[in-house]
Design a protein around this ligand. Sequence first.
Ligand code: F58
Length: 833
Amino acid sequence: AVEATIPERLRETWRKYSANGFEDKGGFEREFIRHVETTLARSLYNCDELAAYAGTALAFRDKMIIEWNKTQQRQTFADQKRVYYLSLEFLMGRALDNAMLNIDKKDAARDGLGELGFRIEDVISQEHDAALGNGGLGRLAACLLDSMATLDYPAWGYGLRYRYGIFKQEIIDGYQVEIPDYWLDFNPWEFPRHDVTVGIQFYGHSEKHEDENGKVKHVWSGGEIVQAVAYDVPIPGYGTKTTNNLRLWSSKASSGEFDFQKFNAGDYESAVSDQQRAETISAVLYPNDNLDRGKELRLKQQYFWCAASLWDIVRRFKKSKRAWSEFPDQVAIQLNDTHPTLAIVELQRILVDQEDLEWDEAWQIVVNTFGYTNHTVLPEALEKWSVPLLQHLLPRHLEIIYDINLFFLQHVEEKFPGDWELLSRVSVIEESQPKMVRMAYLAIIGSHKVNGVAELHSDLIKTTIFKDFVKIYGSDKFTNVTNGITPRRWLHQANPRLSSLIASKLGGYNFLIDLTLLDGIESYANDPDFRREWTEIKTANKERLAKYIKETTGYSVSPTSLFDIQVKRIHEYKRQQLNIFGVIHRYLKIKSMTPQERKKVVPRVSIFGGKAAPGYWMAKTIIHLINGVAAVVNKDAEIGDLLKVIFIEDYNVSKAEILVPASDISEHISTAGTEASGTSNMKFVLNGGLIIGTCDGANIEITREISESNIFLFGNLAEDVDSLRHKHLYSGFTLDEHLHKVFEAIRASAFGPASAFEPLVASITDHGDYYLVSDDFSSYIQTQEAIDEEFTKQDEWVVKSITSVARMGFFSTDRVVGEYADEIWNVESLDVE
Ligand code: F58
């Protein structure tokens, strides 16, 4: 066999012809045309916008690959500690614009495309979003990857290569309809690594054997093997040579082919069914946000991805020939929620069963390697897996889980002798029928740090769901890392004009890598010219959105109206129902006004967007109501521009890039204590939109940074939620009179058949109003009135907008990654020079 490496004496030839991509407009044009003519086999006579996208993407891809290869070599050579971010979701959105900006060649591409007859915006918009995520958790993973590369951390993402990402949403007759999102037809950003393939075992049984020294060994045998194939995606940092790797696993049948024996015997179905069953594992992203359904296929996905990733990480570590005790000095693994908790069990299994380490020594290594990030306190979202299911699918892992639990409970018993209730509360095994494994507890026990994602949230997990663990481990194990966003995508890419205006005052784009520099624009809030330019940019962004709304919904909205936007997954706890009830209240109020009074109304466009989980019926009812209200209000001639209601279909990352820069007000109005952090709140403020919000998640820290005078807060506090809920259930309540009128209108079928919306109303009037819509309603509508009032004072409004942006420096994922690196991972960046 030929050596994998080119001999030293022949490397000159290699280097002489080594690819190095393009540098300028001419170089871009050359590469573009070469790819269109050869890679795509098309000519100048049939190069449409899609082909132009492909040619551009391929030219940029080449350029990126070169730095990517070098980064991988550099990191291998440096041989220092690496970070591995395990996430079932990476909500990347489009890659081309990001690549152009991060490697600073967008101008070359714009000019080059222009000379070939294309508008760069049209070319960019040909790309299909990479939508391998549900919402905030998946998008956070994507922002963190951007920051880790930008800050030169040797970091890998590990995930699943779903063939279908989050479904596409269509609204038909006001109802959400789900369409599969097949996105892999042309994906120039991924590289199959057929040489990086590993067999992953499922089912079978676990046996004990004694070896010649009388040592008991556990052997997991039988069952079936599915192949995991690596697909790599380059992640370019901004203004750095570092291009990191996101490795996504795809499942494939072990033989890779179907069974010809069966096929020839006429058993066509079962000939292909093995293959299909294997490929099903990475077929589709589960579309639930904040809900755990406990399906076997989901557990298979989790183990498949954890086992493949650990195999890869361990293999890389073993090449260094270090002692196992050094594993945590070389490897930090961050668990994005509990979905990858099986990685803890898998590493313990590898160390004990395969590498022959003693249990305790192995466990030390495991705990020092892992960190766990929690993203929710909602009980229905906390993962539990049934013991019988685990027994069936992963028999050896279940034994290890029982042992981890046993040693943990022994430790608790030593510390708190005789406290049986504590033992049963903290046991990894819930003694229900069937027994369940509590994944969050396993994640806590197997990690050295546990973090929440905003201050309030991190405090809440310590005092509620994980209280007992604070008692057991002390509070040092629990920490907070407040979320952030990448300013590259969410300012520079989404809002290039604002980015450029800021750069013109700060003497360049350094704020994009040190967002705290934004404070330098605060004084310009006093400069009328600056305020005028600021306003012009907001107006232009609103015009762009108005155009998009016209094209996609047919409705005309005026860019001079107040644009009020709530875009996020549809969920009762996020309270889109509060918003639409507020809209109905506004509509009824305007209807009851005299023409004279109507002249004083501040025209508003209420914009909604977001997907409901396909099985979440109440969320779908909310979407239906929003569309019902839109249909009535938008064609009411009496109302005209005073109120418009828009539902944006199929909200995703690339649509967020149009919506976020176009808001005057955005809504972050979850029941206090339910939204762990929220990150779109940060995106909107960074783009000069003000927000209305509850004292929840990161809203609280945003308020601390930008000051209370620049945000519209309302509603009850987290500390009062329990007693309010109790009151609803046991003492009933009287409905706010305005909300009562809203319900009357709904019940009179003003927005479509009352029966369709009755459950939504009843959840408040008859079923305890768990999300406290009625308690917050009057404070909400009063605050909305205050917003109208403020919006008429345009100068003051713009000052608030500028001041807020200037104070948003804290919310960059660069700060977030720095905190994880210092407090949890203990890794250093790799100096490129
Ligand atoms: C979100 N969680 C939180 N989960 O709701 C949000 O407050 C936070 O800002 C964000 O994480 C980032 O920390 C979230 O998006 C999911 O979508 C999971 C998907 C898989 C099933 C369980 C929920």
